[in-house]
Design a protein around this ligand. Structure first.
Ligand code: FES
Ligand code: FES
Length: 161
């Protein structure tokens, strides 16, 4: 077993984990962050995407021990302290950018990172930026529209958050 200290959505957790435990398993099974989903377990779908020190990662391709000493943000840590939706969450709602919703937490986390890296992406850059996240309901048109709306909202608000 290995001891780890990880900040998840603003709260610090200290745990003992199996060295082989995946970050997605740690988040779901130890920390209880079940909003982070498992769609494939083989690094293909992106449903498990979280932010690790602000960069999006597929948490099924990261070991929990690799997060030791780092900060993780999940979909459950994205809303404001009073529950107000993050502009990307709001845009997914407004643009009906989900059908079954299974890909949505990962899509949103990847979109947050994308907009942090590139606040004014073209449609092609959005599609390129999301190409590691699969939507089996194939709702890509509305997802792209949501990211465009979020980019506009963040620009109006004075930058990404
Ligand atoms: S569950 Fe991680 S990429 Fe599919
Ligand atoms: S909304 Fe169903 S997988 Fe994307």
């Amino acid at each position: 077993m290995a001891k780890i200290t990880v900040a998840v959505d603003g709260t610090t957790y200290q745990d003992e984990v199996e060295p082989r435990m995946l970050l997605v398993q740690y988040l779901r099974e130890k920390v209880g962050k079940t909003g982070t989903l498992i769609g494939c377990d083989t690094s293909n779908c992106g449903a498990c995407t979280v932010l690790l020190d602000g960069a999006s990662v597929k948490s099924c391709s990261v070991l929990a021990v690799q997060a030791d000493g780092h900060e993780v943000t999940t979909i459950e840590g994205l809303a404001g302290i009073n529950g107000e939706l993050h502009p990307v969450q709001q845009a997914f709602h407004d643009k009906h950018a989900l059908q079954c919703g299974y890909c949505t937490p990962g899509m949103i986390m990847r979109s947050v990172c994308l907009l942090n890296e590139n606040p004014h992406p073209t449609e092609a850059e959005i599609r390129e930026g999301l190409n590691g996240n699969l939507c089996r309901c194939t709702g890509y048109q509305n997802i792209v529209a949501a990211v465009q709306q979020a980019a506009d909202a963040l620009a109006t608000a004075g930058g990404a958050r």
